[in-house]
Every structure is written in C-alpha cells, then in structure tokens.
Design a protein around this ligand. Structure first.
Ligand SMILES: [Cu+2]
Length: 74
C-alpha cells in the first residue's frame, strides 16, 4: 500500500483519532482533503503532534477510514 503525504491538524490520543490534511489517497478513491481518521492503535499517536508533516497509510476498517501506519516526514 502506498504511503501518502499528510499534515497533522488535530490529535486525540485518548480516543484514537487524528485529523489529517491528506494528499491523494488512491486506495480509498479520495482526492486531497482534510478529514478525521481512526488509528489502528492509539500508540501510533505518541510519535506525532499537531503541525507535523507525515507519511501514512490508511484503509477502510469496519466502515471507518483508519490509519494503519504513520511516521513523521523529515
Ligand atoms: Cu479523505
């Protein structure tokens, strides 16, 4: 699965939610937009903070757009 560029706009570590301004997401058939995602594991949010540029993967899980991998882009 492709890694996609994103920017972190909001992190809710307690709920396992992140808002990303994301680039093209071909596997979800999404154009660039800003939206909220679930994360596969809450621990994924400890390494990222608001304002970070990231690379990430997302897929649909139980009908929800879910980030399965995310890392800061440096
Ligand atoms: Cu989207």
């Amino acid at each position: 699965m492709p890694l996609v560029d994103g920017e972190v706009l909001k992190v809710d570590a307690a709920r396992g939610l992140v808002v990303l301004k994301h680039g093209d997401l071909p596997n979800l058939a999404m154009p660039p937009m800003t939206m909220g995602f679930e994360v596969a594991e809450k621990a994924m949010l400890t390494d990222i903070k608001v304002g970070d540029k990231v690379r990430f993967q997302a897929e649909m899980r139980n009908g929800k757009a879910t980030v399965t991998e995310v890392m800061p882009r440096r």
